[in-house]
Design a protein around this ligand. Structure first.
Ligand SMILES: [Zn+2]
Length: 143
């Protein structure tokens, strides 16, 4: 996901479900998730908006949940319990399945399905954090 800040051009909903709208003219954090199909020009994007404070507090909350570790991710992964490993592999497989469906939905131009599948992919990114975190390639656009 690409993240940047800019002035809000028109009232938006905060992705941190803080209930407060983001007011036009105030500074907001913008997140853009995008997927392209290898080599082809077709690119699908989804935008997220946050109040700057909301973005920072959700980030701090997420990072605190993971806890500080001075080791490389691979080593941290090895410390998972059998149950955690199982959960992790389940999430990896579920995401791969959703990605296949997403490619099909993009081919058909089924915006509703694309939206639903992207939302699922994002929630898997969150669910996988306590069980070793997302593989590095998830955060690149080369996937
Ligand atoms: Zn907010």
């Amino acid at each position: 996901m690409d993240i940047w800040m800019r002035y809000c051009k028109r009232r938006a909903k905060c992705a941190n479900d803080c209930e407060e709208p983001i007011i036009k003219g105030t500074i907001m954090v913008v997140g853009k998730i995008w997927r392209s199909r290898g080599g082809e020009k077709l690119v699908f994007t989804k935008m997220f908006y946050w109040h700057p404070q909301c973005w920072i507090s959700q980030g701090i909350r997420a990072i605190k949940e993971i806890g500080y570790t001075n080791t490389k991710r691979r080593i941290a992964t090895l410390k998972l319990t059998t149950e955690q490993r199982y959960t992790r592999s389940l999430l990896l497989r579920r995401r791969a399945m959703i990605k296949t469906r997403l490619v099909r939905a993009i081919d058909k131009g089924d915006i509703k399905a694309i939206d639903r599948l992207l939302t699922k992919i994002i929630s898997i990114s969150v669910e996988i954090e306590p069980v070793g975190g997302a593989p590095k390639k998830w955060n690149s656009n080369k996937e």
